[in-house]
Design a protein around this ligand. Structure first.
Ligand SMILES: Cc1ncc(COP(=O)(O)O)c(C=O)c1O
Length: 466
């Protein structure tokens, strides 16, 4: 079973290394000692073993099932066959030999698909976000970002030349208004348009799973900065392939193509490939070329990478992924209906043991995010994760400081391949866990440690430690 191979890596990864390294070179001992602090505090990051398709998938980014069904590979092989004779490598940066015709042609196609002036393809969405923040804000400018932005935005902020770097409260137009107004008050160059503001948001947030109120945020920026010196960059990592006409994303869904200066699409998720696509106008493209070292001082993407991106986009463009896009919406709605009708969940929600913010008022929403966090009282996320793992389902726990102190969550990601039977199993499994925890809290059980955790530690004790 998958849980055995995962626990075999998960539990030993948290054992302290420093104490047994007294006679080892100080260089490596210090590194391990620093990681021991993490091991003791919140746990050390570790690499997971890969699982097969028999595990109930609540984790992968194969949202449209293009990878598991082999559809992306089929489309990719067709694309390679159509290319005929090709040179595999770009053999240079885009500023030199690496700016080849096929790459430029595919960029034009992607720009047309998304209704953008141009597209720039780079190695990953992570570096696309870093590259934008590195290149676009000029010295003296400001970057304003949603407080729950992805780590790539955090790194981009570190390399950005912007003089002001301010966050606003998650998905809050009122908070954005306050932050933008404070910039205007602080420096009149923002009011006159002598300095610019880049506002960074995401279409669907990785942890909360909620969708950005983009229209409202745009309205605030336009009202406060009529000169057009406040513009947006949106990360469409989770909405690519999932939201909008033919999966073109949130901006296309809302018809805001003309209002958003920069869109970053990721090919590593629904498209089952790799790479970042920056959709922008020619001015931004020129600025990226000139100012972004992370985009210019590296080899350009190889031909197979571009072919795999094109293969994914061929499936979107032809409408062949529409059914999967619709299935995701259906399965998320079924999850909400099922959990809200389950008595164990009702009891656990009444006791504030768990809650699902996205299930509240779900019927009033026209589109649903496929990322649905199940929030739990802080400290319970690990035992819920292990309980689910032992029921052969995989959804990762998220702890403080990624989520606020006193809370934790288990992040459920839904896919076109998730079935109603799987959702029934998921809801029943979480309900079973919740009832066990409530009984432990009321002193109705002999053991104070949840059953799944006891089983996990027993397996560890039985000798697989190293
Ligand atoms: C919101 C968000 N932005 C950026 C990235 C990075 O994208 P990529 O996998 O293309 O590097 C991810 C992926 O984990 C993400 O979830």
């Amino acid at each position: 079973m998958y849980y055995e191979s995962l626990l075999k890596q998960m539990l030993p990864a948290q054992e302290l290394h420093g104490p047994s390294m007294k006679s080892e070179p100080a260089f490596f001992r210090r590194l391990e000692q620093s990681m021991d602090v993490a091991r003791q505090k919140r746990g050390l990051m570790y690499l997971k073993p890969r699982w097969d398709d028999s595990v109930l998938d609540l984790t992968t980014s194969d949202f449209l099932s293009l990878n598991r069904t082999g559809r992306i590979r089929e489309s990719f092989e067709k694309e390679l066959a159509a290319l005929g004779d090709y040179k595999l490598s770009a053999s240079g940066s885009r500023l030199q030999y690496g700016n080849y015709d096929y790459l430029l042609e595919v960029e034009k196609e992607l720009a047309a698909f998304h209704g953008a002036e141009t597209a720039w393809i780079c190695h990953s969405g992570f570096f696309a976000n870093v590259g934008v923040l590195e290149a676009i804000p000029l010295p003296g400018d400001a970057v304003v970002w949603d407080e729950l932005s992805h780590a790539s935005t955090g790194l981009g902020l570190k390399v950005s030349l912007a003089a002001h770097k301010l966050s606003f409260k998650h998905n809050s137009p009122e908070s954005l208004r306050e932050v933008l107004t404070s910039l205007k008050t602080m420096d009149s160059d923002f009011a006159t348009g002598e300095k610019s503001i880049l506002i960074s948001v995401e279409s669907i947030y990785s942890m909360e799973g909620d969708i950005c109120p983009l229209r409202e945020l745009v309205a605030v920026a336009k009202e406060l900065f009529p000169a057009g010196n406040a513009q947006f960059v949106i990360d469409e990592a989770h909405s690519n392939g999932v939201l909008g006409p033919k999966g073109a994303g949130l901006v296309s869904l809302l018809g805001l193509e003309k209002d958003i200066a920069i869109r970053v699409h990721m090919c590593s998720k629904a498209l089952s490939s790799t790479g970042g696509v920056i959709l922008c106008n020619q001015t931004v493209r020129r600025a990226i070329t000139h100012y972004s070292r992370s985009m210019a001082y590296c080899g350009a993407p190889s031909v197979p990478m571009i072919a795999s991106i094109r293969a994914g986009y061929q499936l979107l463009r032809s409408g062949e992924t529409q059914k999967q896009q619709d299935q995701i919406q259906e399965i998320v709605k079924y999850f909400f209906q099922t959990l809200l009708a389950d008595p164990a969940w009702e009891e656990a929600m009444d006791e504030d043991l768990l809650w699902v913010p996205l299930a509240e008022d779900w019927e009033g929403r026209q589109v649903h995010s496929h990322i649905v966090p199940v929030k739990v009282r802080g400290g319970h996320e690990l035992s819920l994760f292990v309980h689910m793992l032992m029921a052969n389902m995989n959804a990762y726990p998220i702890h403080y400081p990624i989520v606020p102190k006193g809370t934790g969550l288990v992040r459920c990601v839904f896919h076109a391949h998730n079935t109603r039977e799987e959702i029934d199993h998921l809801v029943a499994t979480i309900g079973e866990w919740a009832l066990e925890i409530l009984k432990i809290e009321r002193g109705e059980l002999q053991n104070s440690m949840p059953n799944a955790m006891r089983r996990a530690y027993a397996l560890q004790e039985s000798g697989w430690k190293k």
